[in-house]
Ligand binder design. Structure first.
Ligand code: MN
Length: 232
């Protein structure tokens, strides 16, 4: 096959403690998956079915462990916000996956940020328009190296946290998710065939907030490493 120009390189996330990488296919994100965050966004924390949006694979920004990566402040926003999230990495294809079979489709886990132009997201939401301008921009999906299930199991209760300039902004535990990882996979796979390389950002706890240029972000999920970035 000859292309009319050189294709973009395959987007990939490094695997912690390995020279291998996880090739990224699609990025799915869960909206409002912690009750206290649903409330702070003006929503109903009741157990409505989960809802989803997507980011392109090209929005991935790899944050190697031990490094502080520049996070570009995006255009067209005055309200750029952080959302720290547990990320699920899918390793086995499936559709209409049952809840009790869902974890068998998981290759591993990581920690990521669902970066958001909150002003544009809310404007879209309130007008019933799509969320891409608020959610799917370049570098909107920072992610730390992934950990295989074989190394870390299936984290479901650990802490999840984000500090900005050394001050805690978000701090919760994974058991506070409204929809668990198996439930998210089961529901999502009813709409899309999940394929190896898919990532699922599973939603953020309360404490989301605005960022300014020059601020330092430092966050993590217990057992899955940490990530550090600086808004530039
Ligand atoms: Mn989110």
């Amino acid at each position: 096959m000859s292309f009319v120009f050189e294709p973009e390189p395959q987007v990939a996330v490094p695997v912690a403690g390995s020279d291998q990488s996880f090739p990224v296919r699609r990025i799915y994100c869960v909206g409002r998956n912690y009750a206290a965050h649903a409330r702070e966004m003006g929503g109903d924390p009741d157990r409505e079915p989960p809802f989803f949006f997507c980011k392109p694979a090209s929005s991935i920004l790899v944050v190697p462990s031990g490094a502080t990566v520049d996070l570009p402040y995006p255009s067209q926003t005055q309200d750029y916000q952080h959302e720290i999230e547990l990320v699920v990495a899918i390793g086995r294809a499936g559709r209409d996956i049952a809840v009790d079979a869902a974890l068998g489709h998981v290759w591993g886990y990581g920690v990521g940020l669902d970066m958001t132009r909150r002003d544009l997201q809310i404007k879209s939401r309130d007008k019933g328009r799509p969320w891409e301008l608020g959610k799917a921009f370049d570098a909107s999906a920072p992610i730390a190296p992934l950990h295989a299930v074989a190394q870390v199991g299936h984290p479901a209760v650990g802490s999840i946290w984000l500090d900005v300039d050394g001050v805690t902004r978000q701090r919760s535990t994974l058991d506070k998710m409204i929809w668990s990882v198996p439930e998210v996979i089961a529901n999502l796979s009813g709409f899309f065939e999940l394929r190896p390389g898919d990532l699922i950002y599973t939603g953020t706890p309360e404490g989301v907030g605005k960022l300014e240029r020059g601020q330092q972000l430092h966050g993590g999920v217990e057992g899955l490493g940490e990530l550090s970035l600086r808004v530039v």
